[in-house]
Design a protein around this ligand. Structure first.
Ligand code: KG4
Ligand code: ZN
Length: 366
């Protein structure tokens, strides 16, 4: 069966076409340059982009897969969580197509998409991440710009959250620290590059929530500790900033490249140690056969290595999306997750239930 999936949860307009689990087209376009005060995406700009890009991106994906829209058997769309008005453009487009071509629609939770990303196969049916199927019970771990969550799964789509972040997500912490260090957005990859050249033991940053018994995270204290370390290096930043309004990224101009690299390396080390420690506890508690990881932060090589070591040590398997584009937001993961819903018959078929599909957060709740 042919599935056309849409993800407009943030700043990428992403369209994928799959034949079952085989990805035959993945088109992700973005032109986001306008960021909010801490370096995040401006929702209204994202919405404008999605409206402009959706139609041509769908046409491009159909062209790449040599299919006509009439050949699509199911439409799938990210319903949330994400930027509300950005999600809305994708949901509206999916509803329009599903009603027009009289094909079922599968609404997908973005985090379920991230969890399922490692099951994507290439057009010849070869796994893109050396993972053929999940084994249960498993522990899933979603690490992105919005989430740091553990889930336990006893079978496909049977997903129970067992831990989450109480404040910033880990990717958000990378982005905010990156901004303090004068890096572009999203900053995860720049932190990783700077960390390669820095001394991870230069600063002893806190590893929050290490000793709590739950599986929750908190990254805002770590972020604040980085801010204090920068202040300590550059002195009273209000004076350094002169008369103008002080912007956080200006602090980085007062740091040497060596200091930036050391802060990046020490921050990354603290973030990874925090993650590894909690993941170890969760594996010991839930005794899963596999740890399945998804989300933009698993693009980080140092974290991958630490998770490989941890799962080797504890004798369980590790699944994560290997290609970078499958880690960060993409519609392929939405197509993959929808395949499992379709197999279970969990799809919206009649016009009334399709029309009622709302983004999450719901429009009516705002
Ligand atoms: O999954 P994703 O693309 O979007 C969300 O659903 O949020 O994740 C984006 C996050 C950003 O915070 C970005 O900085 C982070 O993933 N990220 C990384 C790396 N590449 C992307 N964090 C650390 N190291 C990386 N190499
Ligand atoms: Zn995401």
């Amino acid at each position: 069966m042919n599935i056309l999936a849409i993800d407009t949860s943030c700043d990428d307009t992403s369209i994928a076409i799959s034949q079952d689990l085989n990805i035959i087209a993945n088109v992700s376009w973005t032109k986001m340059k306008v960021h909010s005060d801490w370096g995040g995406v401006v929702p209204s700009e994202a919405k404008r982009q999605h409206i402009e890009f959706l139609e041509p991106a769908i046409n491009e994906a159909l062209k790449l897969s040599n299919l006509k829209i009439e050949n699509i058997d199911y439409f799938a769309v990210t319903q949330g969580p994400g930027l509300a008005i950005a999600l809305e453009s994708g949901v509206d487009k999916a509803k329009e197509l599903s009603l027009k071509y009289n094909k079922p629609l599968v609404p997908i939770n973005h985090m379920v998409g991230h969890i399922y990303a490692s099951l994507a196969k290439d057009e010849n049916g070869k796994s893109l991440s050396d993972v053929n199927d999940f084994e249960f019970p498993l522990l899933a771990f979603a690490i992105s710009g919005g989430h740091t969550s553990f889930y336990k799964m006893d079978s496909h789509l049977d997903i129970t959250e067992i831990g989450y972040t109480l404040d910033d997500a880990v990717g958000e912490a990378f982005d905010k620290v990156g901004r303090m260090l004068g890096m572009g957005f999203p900053a995860g990859v720049y932190i990783e590059q700077a960390a390669l050249k820095g001394n991870p033991d230069k600063y002893d940053f806190p590893k929050p929530m290490l000793h709590t018994k739950d599986f929750n995270f908190s990254f805002s204290g770590l972020k604040t500790a980085v801010l204090y370390a920068i202040r300590k290096i550059i002195g009273d930043y209000d004076k350094n900033a002169g008369k103008g309004v002080f912007k956080l990224e200006d602090a980085s101009k007062l740091l040497t490249q060596e200091q930036i690299n050391d802060i990046a390396a020490s921050f990354q080390k603290a973030a990874i140690e925090t993650i590894i420690n909690k993941t170890r506890k969760a594996i010991i508690e839930y005794n899963p056969k596999v740890l399945v990881v998804g989300g933009g932060v698993i693009a980080n090589m140092a974290l991958r290595k630490a998770l490989i070591n941890l799962t080797d040590e504890l004798g369980i398997k590790l699944s994560y999306p290997k290609p970078m584009w499958l880690c960060t937001d993409n519609a392929s993961m939405v197509a993959i997750a929808s395949y499992y819903y379709i197999k279970k018959g969990i799809v919206k078929t009649n016009a009334k239930e399709i029309e009622e599909i709302d983004r999450i957060p719901n429009k009516s709740n705002l």
